[in-house]
Design a protein around this ligand. Structure first.
Ligand SMILES: *[C@@H]1O[C@H](CO)[C@@H](O)[C@H](O)[C@H]1NC(C)=O
Ligand SMILES: *[C@@H]1O[C@H](CO)[C@@H](O)[C@H](O)[C@H]1NC(C)=O
Ligand SMILES: *[C@@H]1O[C@H](CO)[C@@H](O)[C@H](O)[C@H]1NC(C)=O
Ligand SMILES: [Cu+2]
Length: 241
């Protein structure tokens, strides 16, 4: 085998081991920066800058100061120029890239960043997302939208998310067999309905504790039937991480 051919094979092998999985590309989501480097270490920031689609597990171990299970460690201070302005009932279109799919649940939720708890209920839930066993991913895996709450739900968001950085719109996906977690966060400020409307007078909805984030551990296999786990294992051999 000629040297150039060997080099070509080496390049292919390197490409196949590149780690790439998924992230949100629109609306503008949190990126790493100096503040994240301070909290999570420069190594983690460098890894995310090299591949913005990596799972948060690739950043482990991380210092206690790093909130890896919220926005994959990305912090508001690095993203003050990316804050979106949303209003109650607004439909927010999202686009995502999923270079390497891993089947599992996903959701989009409004998360209180101080407590890493979801406000209200998730705005969008996929029981099965990024299923690599399908011939093609459903279009809604990479282009979907969420509708922001109105009424009492909007009042709860307004009460919790008055200041930029207090809340994020978080896309959360867990590849069950891959045991990999992906998070992208959109910073926003929220405008509830006009004064005097039902939205402003209704009682706030209490926040619910996110089943994995607050505890800092990954809950595996939630809602996944044994049959589904078996399917996941079947395809595990094909995965490129
Ligand atoms: C998503 O990943 C791409 C590829 O690494 C990167 O250029 C982009 O900044 C990432 N975006 C986010 C929001 O993480
Ligand atoms: C959102 O999805 C993540 C990962 O799939 C999961 O751990 C979390 O429990 C979900 N949150 C809710 C409130 O369903
Ligand atoms: C996404 O699209 C698939 C295929 O059309 C559909 O079965 C699924 O219910 C959709 N999921 C969501 C959350 O819209
Ligand atoms: Cu992966």
């Amino acid at each position: 085998m000629g040297k150039s051919l060997l080099l070509a094979f080496a390049a292919l092998a390197a490409a196949a081991t590149v780690s790439a999985h998924g992230n949100i590309t629109s609306p503008p989501a949190r990126l790493p920066g100096a503040a994240m480097a301070k909290a999570c270490g420069q190594t983690g920031v460098t890894a995310v800058l090299q591949d913005g689609t990596i799972p948060l597990e690739n950043l482990l171990p991380s210092p206690a100061s790093c909130q890896l299970f919220l926005c994959r460690g990305a912090v508001f201070a690095d993203n003050t120029a990316r804050v979106q302005t949303f209003t109650a009932g607004q439909v927010i279109p999202f686009t995502a890239i999923i270079p390497i799919p891993h089947e599992g649940p996903a959701n989009v939720s409004i998360v209180n960043t101080a407590t890493n708890t979801i406000i209200g209920t998730p705005l969008l839930v996929f029981d099965s997302y990024a299923d690599e066993s399908l011939p093609a991913l459903p279009a809604n895996n990479t282009a979907f939208s969420v509708t922001l709450p109105t009424g009492a739900g909007a009042a709860a968001v307004a009460a919790n998310c008055a200041v930029a950085g207090a809340c994020v719109l978080q896309w959360f996906w867990f590849g069950t067999a891959a045991k990999q977690t992906y998070e992208s966060c959109v910073d926003f400020t929220f405008q509830a309905a006009a004064a005097g409307s039902a939205a402003n007078t209704a009682a706030p909805v209490p926040a619910v504790v996110q089943s994995n984030g607050a505890a800092g551990g990954v809950v595996q296999g939630f809602g996944v039937t044994p049959a589904k786990r078996w399917v996941n294992r079947r395809f595990a051999g094909r995965e490129r991480h």
